[in-house]
Write a protein that binds this ligand. Structure first.
Ligand code: IMP
Ligand code: MG
Length: 173
């Protein structure tokens, strides 16, 4: 049975997400914001972030699959769901659960940039630094960690643990 070591409690997450929602609300006060969540891992973070915003925002999702059932990126990314909203000339904020190698986010930025948004920025719950392969601009992050495989608050290991209210490091997976 794998061990779960606490990284962020439910309360820590609430404070950080509320802070980030305030910052984004200020930054986009004159904008035309569309949050684009990268499925599946971002759905819980996105729903809390959206409810913390004090400005209007639309929501859409894309699905980019890179991982199999293990803990290391295959680097082989496919778009399995494109956005439904027309994002041309709009302010796009990509919402990620976690950025690890950066390959998924770089791919999402490329795919969405081709649809001619006015601006495009990247937001993540967790910015995990150690295995970064692609240098990408992380405009907003709630939490930065060096390494470790994290679960909870939307993050999964083999589709499990997404519903944990805190974020934990999975040891011995
Ligand atoms: P990247 O392409 O290596 O940056 O990987 C991004 C995706 O890999 C994330 O959206 C997650 O779905 C998954 N991932 C990377 N690290 C973790 C982790 O520590 N826990 C759970 N999923 C992870
Ligand atoms: Mg995942």
């Amino acid at each position: 049975m794998p061990d779960l070591a606490p990284i962020l409690s439910k309360e820590d997450i609430e404070i950080r997400v509320a802070d980030l929602a305030n910052t984004i609300s200020e930054d986009y006060i004159d904008g035309d914001l569309v949050l684009i969540g990268v499925l599946k891992g971002s759905f819980i973070f996105l729903s809390d972030l959206l409810r913390g915003l004090t400005i209007p925002a639309e929501v859409d999702f894309i699905c980019a699959s890179s991982y199999g059932s293990g803990t290391a990126s295959s680097g082989n990314i496919r778009l399995t769901k494109a956005p439904d909203i027309d994002i041309e000339n709009r302010d796009i904020l990509i919402v990620e659960d976690i950025i690890d190698t950066g390959l998924t986010s770089a791919y999402c930025i490329d795919v969405l940039s081709a649809l001619d948004p006015k601006t495009i920025r990247l937001c993540t719950m967790v910015d995990k630094k150690e295995r970064r392969k692609k240098s990408i601009p992380v405009d907003y992050a709630c939490c930065t960690v060096d390494a470790g495989f994290l679960v909870g608050y939307g993050l999964d290991y083999d589709q499990k643990y997404r519903g944990l209210t805190g974020i934990y490091e999975l040891k011995g997976a």
